[in-house]
Ligand binder design. Sequence first.
Ligand code: ADP
Length: 173
Amino acid sequence: MGKVIVVRGDITQITADAIVNAANEALLPGGGVSGAIHRAAGPELAEACRKVAPCPTGEARLTPGFRLPAQYVIHAVGPMWRGGEYNEAVLLAQAYRSALTIAKEHGLRTVAFPSISTGIYGYPLEEAAKIALSILLEESPNFEALYMVAFDEKTFQAYNSLLADLTSDDGTR
Ligand code: ADP
């Protein structure tokens, strides 16, 4: 059975079959984790993105990882937080599910995620973490390992304590 692992670090350094990018609909480099992934992968990544863009919110697209240690990048578009009454929770769940569907279709066994939408897009961290972890836990049997890579301490703590809560009941995940 697969595992869900929360780690603190920079997703551009992670060796996995795929890392997930918190992308925008145009799949342009932008700031935040997307800018970091594009810088580390090299200019070929923007060119590859251009060919598979646009990507509506809730969907995902696959490209090679180029100079990254990860073989592929799965670009998933989470929602911008607009107060919570614009279908944000459904769209965030869809972004995670779309990324994992693509990963399964390509036989990928290890996938590393950033905390989608909780940076520039402003999604409240605790609420986003609940959605993200419930999907990763549900899908983990289909993978060797799913990583949540937290860039800062606050994000690391939020995911870590929630994961402990969600897995304390039976201890099997
Ligand atoms: P969004 O627009 O979806 O909110 P951001 O890139 O602004 O995307 O933020 C998403 C999360 O990614 C935030 O928690 C941010 O701190 C984190 N982040 C930024 N750079 C990196 C990185 N190199 N590795 C992992 N996470 C990162």
